[in-house]
Each structure stands twice: as C-alpha cells, then as structure tokens.
Ligand binder design. Structure first.
Ligand code: ADP
Length: 439
C-alpha cells in the first residue's frame, strides 16, 4: 500500500500538491452545498471522501517509492543524504520505471536536466545506459556500460548500474542506482601512451632500416668497393648516433618523470652551469658559424634544483638556438634575477635568444609536446629527436618553474625558463661559482 497524501514522510512538494487537490475538491463540495443547500449526514461523508480522494489524485505517483521514515530512520536517512552529497562522482537513484528519485550534486552538475520524479531519459538519453537499465531490471544482476558525452567537451564515463533494496513502503521493490566514473583523463593518458610508443618505435625504425639497408649493400653489390664502403660507414655511424640520441632522450624523459613528484632539495648556482654548457657547445656553434654569448648577473643565482637536470635544460635550449638559428646567427644566453611580481616570488631567469628564422605563432603552443616539430625534415637533419623541449618542460615542472616562448617569423626566438630563486641561503661549497661574467 502507498502512503496517505498528507503523510509527513512525503516530500514538501508532494504534500503541497495533495493540499492543492483537497482544496479544489473542498471548494467544489462547498459550491454544491451552497447551490442545493443539502446538509444530509451522508453528503458530508461523501464530501470528506472527495477531499481525501482529491488530495490523493493530485499527489505525484513516483513519490510513493520514497522510503518511509520513523524518528530512528530519520537520522540514518539524513546521514545517507549527506553521504550521497559528498560523493565526488555522479550517483543517481531511479525507480523501476526509470523515474529519478534522488541525484547527488555531482550528477546534477553533469546532467542539469535531472529532476526528481521525471524520467531519467529526459537528462540522459544514451541508448547503452537505457538498455543497461532494462537488462538490470530483468536480470537483477549489476552491469557496467560506457556513456560518452560530446558537449560541451568530450568526456567518457563508466556507468555501473546495480539494484538497491527498495523501501518497505514500496513492498520491497528494488530501486536502481547508477554510479558514474569519469574515465576521460585515464583515456587521454592511454591515448598519449599509445601515441608515444608508436612515435618512439617509428623514430627508431627509420635509422634501423637505413642501417640494415647499408649492411646488405656492403655485404652484396658494394662488397669490393672501398670508396662506397667508407661513404656508407659514415652514414651508418650517423644513423647509429641518431638512435643513441633518441634512446638517451627517452631515458632522460622517463628518469625525470620517475622523480616528477620529488621536489629537488639541493641549492645550486645556475651561473656556472650556464658557463659549462656554453663552453661545451662552442665547438658545435663554431662548426655552424654561430656566435654564442653569455651574460650572468653577479653570483649567486641560486635555485633549489637537480644539477644534472638544470644542465640538461640549459643544454637543450642553447643547442636548439644553435641548431635552428642558422648560419651566422648570434645566440645570447643571459642568466638574471627577476624581481617578485604580485604574489610571485623572485625568480632566476635563463633566457636564450637567437636571431634566426623564428617560429610561426600556430606552432608555439605545441612545441613542448613529445615529437612535435615545426619542420620534421630539418629537425632530423640537425640531429633533433623531437623530445628536447618536452624534456625542458618536464624539468621545469619538477622544479616548479615555467617556460615562455616569444618568437615571430623573421625576428628570431627567445626561450625563457624561470625557476623560483632561493634567497638568503648559503650554497654548498661545490656549487660556488668561479668569477663568471659575460663571455
Ligand atoms: P628537436 O629535437 O626537433 O629540436 P625540440 O623539442 O627541441 O625537438 O624542438 C621542437 C621543435 O621546435 C623543433 O623541431 C624546431 O622546429 C622548433 N624549435 C626549437 N627551438 C627553436 C629555435 N630556437 N628556433 C626555431 N625553431 C625552434
């Protein structure tokens, strides 16, 4: 049996609807009495029945599945409501006709059209989910299905549909509960992982195929040709070096990722590290007719950092400027302090500027993606792996730093890495700089 229309256990809107129905039927009765001036006892009994029936008819049907509460159960019910509200994933409770009974805040935020007592399909029209509900209703067994949202952004949810014991007032009829779990970031990560493996294999396969080709040629048609052999061996060496660079960068990236959650603790001076990199890249710059200058503010330019990673970061930026700056370019490396800005603490800035061909604006947001290159052929020709700026970004993330890139076609490029400065702490003796100024 369902509850009475004015039952206090019903929700406020349901009771209001019941009172509205009773009022209308009451007014009707009074109108008839006033018309006929009938005041027989049987008439008043019939009027009372009409009032109750009016309230009954006006009260919504889905309400009947709300659980009955007594004072003991009240506390449990509000506890359950509070629990539901605090579950961060969307949860929806529906009855056997798929009318919504209850939905938590996360579900209402995801599906704004969800309304108590209205069909679930008004808010969630996915055929897989609606079929899943049918299946669970027939089998009584829980099941999982996927729900894909296209707008406002593409999102994928795993929907777990299960039965939940109904309230005694519904004759123990089970309700259904839908738990939605957001798989969007997990899926995105999985896609990135698959793309990464595919890209890395492709990058390795190309030089490997070339190596195998030359080995076969040297074993076959070029067997007795010393000139061809020397030429091919030089190319094979270049291809092997390319594979080595790629493997080194892949290992670097995975090492940095492994420690991504461990902030560095050692205080180091960035000035001498920049000097070390500029010195080591001078021969490469000379080969390409590029001039590299270094300017550092007076020491110490202290940051909390991993020495090897900071060396690698500067190396990648300077190497890129030398590689892509072009014949006769000038690369200016500057390490300086940046004063605090608003809530931002003081920073140490490593700026690497070149006067090369620059980069078109549409490429700038993607430069730190793994294997992203503006011109893949020129990158490969320069010995690039497509991982340099991805490594720079990961190192900066671990050091709570940031990278900004300014570039315009024909106007050169400036890559600026910022790291939080350490102020008022002494440096370990090993890191104290020799007197370094401009080069
Ligand atoms: P790569 O190994 O190809 O150099 P990076 O991740 O270091 O990979 O750089 C990504 C791309 O960014 C490069 O392929 C190149 O097209 C572009 N790039 C990086 N630095 C510069 C620069 N200083 N000037 C012009 N283009 C640059």
């Amino acid at each position: 049996m369902s509850s009475l229309p004015f039952d206090p256990r019903r929700s406020a809107p349901a009771r209001r609807a019941a009172w509205r129905g009773s009022l209308i039927s009451g007014l009707l009765v009074i109108a008839i009495v006033a018309w006929d001036r009938v005041a027989e006892p049987w008439f008043w009994a019939a009027a009372l029945i009409a009032i109750v029936a009016g309230g009954w008819l006006a009260s919504p049907r889905a309400e009947s599945v709300l659980p009955h509460r007594d004072s003991g159960k009240d506390a449990r019910h509000s506890l359950a409501e509070a629990l539901l509200a605090n579950i961060p994933d969307p949860v929806i409770l529906i009855d056997r006709r798929a009318l919504v009974i209850e939905a938590n805040a996360a579900a209402r935020a995801l599906l704004p059209a969800l309304r108590p007592r209205y069909p679930l399909s008004f808010a969630l029209r996915d055929p897989a989910v609606l079929d899943g509900i049918e299946t669970v209703l027939h089998s009584g067994e829980p099941l999982k299905t996927l729900y894909a949202l296209r707008v406002p952004t593409e999102r994928t949810f795993e929907v777990q549909i299960g039965t939940m014991q109904g309230a005694p007032a519904t004759g123990g009829q089970p309700n259904l509960v839908l738990f939605l779990r957001d798989l969007t970031s997990a899926k995105r990560l999985e896609t990135m992982r698959v793309d990464f493996v595919a890209n890395a294999s492709h990058e390795l396969r190309t030089p490997l195929a070339s190596l195998l080709g030359f080995i076969e040629t040297l074993q076959g048609p070029a067997r007795g040709d010393p000139v061809a052999r020397d030429r091919f061996l030089a190319i094979m060496r270049e291809q092997a070096l390319r594979m080595t660079r790629l493997i080194d960068d892949l290992l670097s990236l995975s090492r940095i990722e492994l420690h991504a959650h461990v902030p560095p603790t050692t205080v180091i001076d960035v000035g001498p590290l920049a000097r070390q990199i500029v010195d080591s890249l001078t021969p490469l710059a000379g080969e390409r007719g590029v001039t590299v200058t270094l300017e550092t503010e007076p020491p110490p330019l202290a940051v909390r950092g991993d020495r090897d990673e900071i060396l690698r970061l500067i190396e990648k930026l300077v190497e890129n400027a030398v590689k892509y700056g072009g014949e006769g370019a000038t690369v200016a490396v500057r390490v300086a302090r940046a004063a605090p800005e608003g809530v931002r603490a003081p920073q140490i800035v490593i700026a690497v500027a070149d006067d090369g061909p620059g980069i078109a604006p549409e490429h700038l947001p993607r430069l730190t993606e793994r294997f992203y290159r503006v011109d893949p052929a020129s990158s490969r020709q320069q010995g690039g792996t497509g991982l340099g700026l991805a490594i720079v970004k990961h190192i900066l993330n671990r050091h709570r730093g940031r990278l900004s890139i300014e570039s315009e076609p024909g106007q050169g490029s400036t890559f600026r890495a910022e790291l939080p400065a350490v102020v008022g702490e002494s440096l370990p003796v090993r890191a104290l700089p020799p007197a370094t100024q401009s080069a």
